[in-house]
Design a protein around this ligand. Sequence first.
Ligand SMILES: [Zn+2]
Length: 1073
Amino acid sequence: MERVALLRSLSTRSTSVCRRILFRPRPRPRLFSSGPHRCKQQAQFLYGAAAFRWQPATSSAPPVRLRRYLSFSPSAVSTSPQPAAQDFDAGHDIAEKLGFDKISEQFISECKSTAVLYKHKKTGAEVISVSNDDENKVFGIVFRTPPKDSTGIPHILEHSVLCGSRKYPLKEPFVELLKGSLNTFLNAFTYPDRTCYPVASTNTKDFYNLVDVYLDAVFFPKCVEDFQIFQQEGWHYELNDPAEEMTYKGVVFNEMKGVYSQPDNILGRASQQAIFPENTYGVDSGGDPKIIPNLTFEEFKGFHQKYYHPSNARIWFYGDDDPVERLRILSAYLDQFEVSPAPNESKVEAQKLFKEPVRIVEKYPAGEGGDLEKKYMVCVNWLLSDGPLDLETELTLGFLDHLLLGTPASPLRRILLESSLGEAIVGGGVEDELLQPQFSIGLKGVAKDDIGKVEELIMNTLKTLAEEGFTTEAVEASMNTIEFSLRENNTGSFPRGLSLMLRSIGKWIYDRNPFEPLTYEKPLQSLKERIANEGTKAVFSPIIEKFILNNPHRVTVEMQPDPEKASRDEAEEKEILQKVKANMTQEDLAELARATQELRLKQETPDPPEALRSVPCLSLQDIPKKPTHVPTNIGDVNGVKVLHHDLFTNDVVYSEVVFDMTTLKKELLQLVPLFCQSLLEMGTKDMDFVQLNQLIGRKTGGISVYPFTSSMRGQVDPCTRMIIRGKAMSGKVEDLFNLMNCILQDVQFTDLQRFKQFVSQSKARMESRLRGSGHGIAAARMDAKLNVAGWIAEQMGGISYLNFLRDLEKRVDQNWDELSSSLEEIRQSIFSRKGCLVNVTADEKNLNHSTKFLAKFLDSLPNSASAELDPLRNHLPPVNEAIVIPTQVNYVGKAGNVYEAGYQLNGSAHVISKYIGNTWLWDRVRVSGGAYGGFCDFDTHSGVFSYLSYRDPNLLKTLEVYDGTASFLRELELDHDSLTKAIIGTIGDVDSYQLPDAKGYSSLLRHLLGITNEERERRREEILSTRLKDFKEFADVLEAVKDRGVVVAVASQDDVAAANEERNDFFDVQKVL
Ligand SMILES: [Zn+2]
């Protein structure tokens, strides 16, 4: 559950300011990442924050390319130049007294940190204590939890331990922390062989509160005594009335049903299990919905007792707090245990290499009807070695991965997509998160007859690359990209200390040196020298040959579309349930109905105030009274408005150039996303796109182009802009602006073949978004019915866009000339000095240094004035809609505009909507409804208040919960503590931790949307002075959503049919997959 999400600043929605989740926390940050196409979802999150925040494709979603660079996020520490100094020697005597042996200590220059490894003498628990000057402190406790079957024990346990503990005896301390702490990260993940519990905060008092709740949760959870927690989070039979049908319920059960509805996920799981048939990776730690109901409470308890023990724990502390205090907190917990045999029993055994390649075929649920011919997927996977590799080999493999797949210009990726054998890449390239590294690559959207050709193309391409090597330009571009990201060390909203922890734990968990993955400098330099001395071929060819071409441990996974699979699975489940029910006596059934009732009653009964008070909370005195200030200087360069943000950025210059998009004709709108991709991936007269991409890689830290759309409060017309965003080291700012200029003006829209690939890739991406983030699609659709900005966004990123792409795919060949001139027309109408705005973030010296290059760039922009157009005023018809897809779980949304109902914005709305999400919706939609998530969102710019659910077994029942929100607020009783908690939690969201580039960017968006500092201060005061009466008044506002809101559900055929029968054609039905 990544809760990175709740994040919304006062001022902006649909912008990166407000949604931390933009930068999707990656459970597996690595030194090198091969990009957005990875299909393996190896870790399950406790809370789907990533999933919970939808991002219209057209808003400021950080450009995929840029995001990829950001996610390299290698090493940590501080935006300030000075390393921290800590008095360690004094600390070590105390460590000894507190019961810890110091094993080793190292200064890690890559992250300007001192790291000490301790062992707890009594239990053998290992602790790494990292000290530096990063205020974003991180704690994590990790247990090795290799499963023996696919009942999902580790995953269910991960959810359950956060449901109350000895010291915090309430239903969900985790939710109380979400409500009322200043956390900058709070979540838990289950990997195939380990479970991690990380927290982060910049406030020391808050940080230690979080640490204490997490430590008590993992060591002394209530769930091992309370069967009902196991039922709620894992699985149980639900029977409301002995006469009705019985169903399965459970949060993890439904979460995994959602996972098993997504072809990419099924492929990832099938590949992993086939590569590792003999060890723990051959089963699913997340849980297979068909197998989860085999799990007993006894097994569940036994697993906790065995593995959640200090002897099997690895603990991480990081940041600028006192290292002695950390050990003091830990010893209080660890000293309560004796040593256990857990560490030996939890050791992960290696998979031996195959002698022969293997081939498997899997089916995935496809929609009924429709063309299934080009719906096959094929992925070729290798297990690279029978044991762990040394660091230098791993680094070389990571580098090779970037060379093969890292950018659109990388040869393996490019050749596969150019072949037209498939629509999009699958497989994540090199995976080095588990005991043994793997390599996976393939295509989806493949015709049955072409499967063999894809495999052949992969093998032949790799063979050719081994024979011929890579060009110097390609290697230089990869090297610069990697070094830039190492230097920039930008982890987005993901705490740097957590990114480091996950990297370290990837070795530590296998009893290897935990510091090794943090010190990349030496092996990187030696790799660079080897490339310089021996040439790229001598370095990479033997690696490709040894680990891939001559490696018999190869598994080819073929995925076939099966239109009957979804309904067959459902029928199978029904049959099992009917059998179980048939074997029950009348007494059993009555007992089950009683138990169902009892569980629901317990779930819906609020915790007593004394239990709630056990969770420590800050007081309002701990909260800064003023919003965070971002220095902003508004000036003028050659007649263009320029915003300067003087912030320390370690010599990186960040810049955004913003153009007006209202000058664009309506009929061209849907081409905009493809236009943006063409700018970066089509090439100019002098450079093909490979050369252009390599040049971007060699000179900059990345460039992206994307549209941005939002409503503006109090105005009819929305803000619609196009943004080109880039970053470079200060010595290369001239190159950055030259490249921006080249992208905006010199790219030629003449490559039909490339354009066709963009269309099919975009279509494939939209289709997988529908299955994986149906709530985002539903939200965009509702917005499109309620306001113009929403309509524009949906045209460029919703169902309307998918329909457009499908139609375009058919006519692109015959209409190419017209399309090509339309792309040119978009350029002409948008890129002009008129209406342009520039944002630059760097320190003063670099701001000054970059101005002359910016001036030159602005001079070269055309100064054309576009024809005046009538403003767009479109909406989709406000009817209730069901989007039917093959799925076992639904996404249900309802939304209405509260400004139209007369509501005047007040900061209290943030407190109230967060509170509704964390109480009413969490309890009813997730806890008792069995959905993975239920939440609400208030767009303060448009006034749209929306409810959404995620991986939801219900449909109409969820709508009833939404409609009950107003009554919930009216009847609400809120004591002083709960109110304070709600306020503090909201401030935590508003003050979300931001690295300097994000601060500058947020400030730009506030400028675009007309949010002043005075307004931010006023909203903050309103948040801080929120009272119970504000909640009651908001009930009337939500009454309007209940009565006049629109409903959009992305749901299964059966559930939609049942709903339409029950409610008399409530939904207009559209079948899209
Ligand atoms: Zn989960």
